[in-house]
Ligand binder design. Structure first.
Ligand SMILES: Cc1cc2nc3c(=O)[nH]c(=O)nc-3n(C[C@H](O)[C@H](O)[C@H](O)COP(=O)(O)O)c2cc1C
Length: 321
């Protein structure tokens, strides 16, 4: 029997209860269905499908369809959308409704050139009135809650996070996730947790804290610093999904890592087929073995292996040498 206390929601996204205080952050190229499921089983409170382009939904592209493949065990499930155009967004919303997400998240934080350079993601932080129109449209068209994920502003001279947060709240979003950096910082410097605390104090809706959480101590520290009840973890989960179980990275034995590698790789091959699954798993693999004595000698063998059996043989052989 689960402890009834542990089933108490930490917060509600609209009417969707979140059980647990940690969630895997959306990470294009990493937080796909196999990894989301692993993290969810270890304690991530929900799953977010990252960065779906409105155009991808409109034209039903094959890559988008692959990104949207999911399993019931992942739920609660959010879909994150990228858009800069009300009409396209409205049409994309029709496809979103059919997918029955528990909520939809608007990406207002991606600084990548191919996204922000085309006016989407973090570029929208410079256009508050457009954000307002996009959110109004989504809130009006979708039967589920709408959330937004923001950065602190475009650059040091335009840290407009309070203005944006208030605008989002007024436009009807159910929660805001804040990555404590500006877009121009990319991943440089330290995430500004004090700024996240300012957002939390400025709005009535839930705020999810995000940035630079890698250990169980960091989880408690960011919760303390921001007052947020839920923390999004991105890079700190790559090669370390045990963070959702609040395990110290140093306590994960090599045996546990090998078991996880085998399981994660198997799920990847089931999801993508063996060829693509093995290829796409490599970026996770280097993180799983990082820091282990001799990992740099093992890495080339692993990268050269192009079958599930080849990867596992290389790992198991290495283990016994
Ligand atoms: C490889 C990678 C891909 C990312 N993709 C997305 C994305 O699709 N949508 C999004 O909102 N944020 C994305 N992010 C940002 C993360 O969600 C998160 O805000 C950021 O990494 C800071 O959190 P962390 O310090 O825990 O990694 C991405 C980050 C990384 C490293």
């Amino acid at each position: 029997m689960p402890d009834p206390g542990s089933l108490k929601p930490s917060l509600l996204i609209g009417k969707v209860p979140l059980i647990g205080d940690l969630m895997l952050a959306p990470m294009a190229g990493y937080s796909d269905q196999p990894f989301r499921l692993i993290c969810r089983r270890l304690g991530s409170a929900a799953s977010i499908i990252p960065c779906i382009l409105d155009d991808g939904l409109l034209y039903g592209s094959r890559p988008t369809a692959d990104l949207l493949r999911t399993v019931p065990e992942e739920r609660p499930l959010a879909i994150q959308i990228l858009s800069k155009d009300e009409e396209r967004l409205a049409k994309a919303a029709e496809t979103l409704i059919a997918l029955q997400p528990d909520w939809v998240d608007l990406n207002l934080g991606c600084p990548a050139k191919h996204i922000a350079g085309r006016g989407r993601g973090a570029a929208l932080l410079n256009k508050p009135s457009l954000i307002e129109r996009l959110v109004h449209r989504l809130v009006a068209d979708l039967p589920c809650p709408v959330t937004a994920k923001i950065r602190l502003g475009w650059d040091e001279d335009s840290r407009n996070y309070i203005e944006i947060a208030l605008l989002l709240q007024d436009a009807g979003v159910a929660a805001i996730a804040v990555h404590g950096r500006t877009a121009s910082q990319s991943f440089g410097g330290q995430a500004d947790w004090d700024a996240i605390a300012e957002v939390r104090q400025a709005v009535r809706i839930p705020v999810l804290a995000n940035g630079d959480v890698r250990t169980p101590e960091d989880i408690e520290a960011i919760k303390q610093a921001t007052g947020c009840k839920v923390v999004l973890i991105g890079r700190g989960a790559i090669g370390n999904p045990w963070i959702f179980d609040r395990r110290q990275p140093t306590t994960i034995s090599w045996g546990e890592r090998v078991t996880m590698i085998g399981y994660h790789l198997l799920e990847m091959t089931k999801h993508y087929g063996e060829h693509n699954g093995v290829r796409l798993f490599r970026k996770h693999l280097v993180h799983y073995i990082q820091g282990f004595h001799g990992a740099s000698a093992l890495r080339p063998q692993l990268v050269a292996a192009d079958t599930l059996e080849g990867v596992m043989t290389a790992i198991n052989n290495w283990q016994i040498t």
